[in-house]
Design a protein around this ligand. Sequence first.
Ligand SMILES: [Zn+2]
Length: 597
Amino acid sequence: MAEPGSVAERVKQQADIVRVVGEYVRLKKSGQNFLGLCPFHQEKTPSFAVHPGKQIYHCFGCGAGGDVFRFVMEMEKISFPEAVRAVAEKCGVTIPEWRGGSAEGRGAGEQRRALVEIHRQAAAFFVRQLATGEGQAARAYLEDRGLKPETIARFGLGWAPSSGEALARHLRGKFAAALLDLSGLFSRDPAGHIFDRFRRRVIFPIAAESGKVVAFGGRAIGEEPPKYLNSPETRIYTKSRVLYNLDRAREAIRKEGFAVLVEGYMDAIALAEAGVENVAASCGTSLAETQARLLARFTRNVVVNYDVDAAGQAATDRSLALLLGEGFDVRVLALPARSAGKTDPDQFVREEGVGAYRELLGRSPLYLDYLIARARQMDTGTIEEKLRGVNFLLPYVRLLSSPLARSEWASRVASELKVDQAALRELLQRAAAERKVEVKARPELLAAAVTPAERRLLKMLLDADATGERLAEQMRQTELHRGLETEPIFAVLLDAVGGERPDAGELTALGERLHERHRRLLFELAFEPAAEANWEEAESCLSALKRRRLEAELRSVQTEIEALKAGRVGPSNARAELARLLERKQTLRVSLERMEG
Ligand SMILES: [Zn+2]
């Protein structure tokens, strides 16, 4: 975040994170660190730590963590530049007009700020248009959807006039034409004449999590297609990085401990209006990984309330599997189908009331329960159908990283689908053995899955002294970290080590390149006291990784041998294949024995 040489970096160097955090949290010195009660989750015993040397904070309870700017952004609900300014003020650092950084970087920053300003002014313009005579149709539409005037104002809904140049005229004198082109709010005809992208549409401002409007969605009132038109991606808007309404919902999500995920703007607005404030919309059924990670910063419990119609089912399944794989506790709220067909949350709340909605919300089944119910619908008794139901469930159960959870689910599936438990377990075991490395572990299980050798090696790289640098060199060559659950952490550290020592700023930047659970581990390690490392220790950790790799290969060779012997898989050249496997097994054994000796 704080680029080297930037104003942010200079503010950070002069700011004292202990003092800044200390304004919000009572901190007590404990060893080299400071400890206090976490401001981001409820707790009675302190698990929130500040590292004055590395200038970072980390909560060992909820996993919140970052540098001084992140802390102030989270506490004050402000954007990064605002946080830089706030920290500078708190620490008495004077900020010149934004200087520093490369000329190009400065230009890009200025451009982004101008684009945000264009969106701010456009949003205000659209709101004003809603009150005009022409906006009457839009008001009628919104009132017809049951929205109160307060709600319309709160969500900043507006109207894009039909003329096609109203917004262009409004902004033309204030911003350079090149900027207007970059804003995504205008198009040009072949003659180069600029005109409004949104015409004769109800406007929904789309804000980043900071609350700044970065794009718009427009719904057609008349017959003019398409029904929904969105801003294109711009320098300030990437669709996959925004969840609609998250900026307003984040507090409620933290308070309630979970988020309701819906598809459309109107669903989110209707639920929020009815008092279900912890709601965000993915704007489509295909959730992006970046959206899941964005949400994970606020909660890992999510109730997905999509329209589960046949057409959307595949996309919905992918989104749900994605959330499961990212370690979310996923529940599914499938609203009862109505006589008129599918039901969306907006319509349901209007017709049945929020009480009925909340009741269903409270009873929404865990995702896997929901899947079992669907598998049961496929099963009408024949063996083929049972098998279809089981095969439908297997990929999801496989996403569970804990063997215990998988085993519990096997029992559940066996009894619900009335299949033989032993046979099912065998199927499941085989499916689990095929688990790819990219299947995600849950954050709380990660710590257990990481071996002491991995932890130690990561710590050595993190401390980046002479041993760490030699180690980095070695690991870049041998790539012993490939396939480990911690591989991404090794990857970013191996990138960084060899240059200068990763200081506080870099550590935060490194963390931003990682999944939340990996960032957590990285921060935890940063808080461990640095221990003198020597090369012998590094070597013994490396050979532990090597041994693990050999053992894993030995296991998989053994499984293949057994499968061949049992005749379960039978290539035409089974004999030759068996001989090859036995030979490989022998080689692996010898290598392992040599390592023991
Ligand atoms: Zn916490």
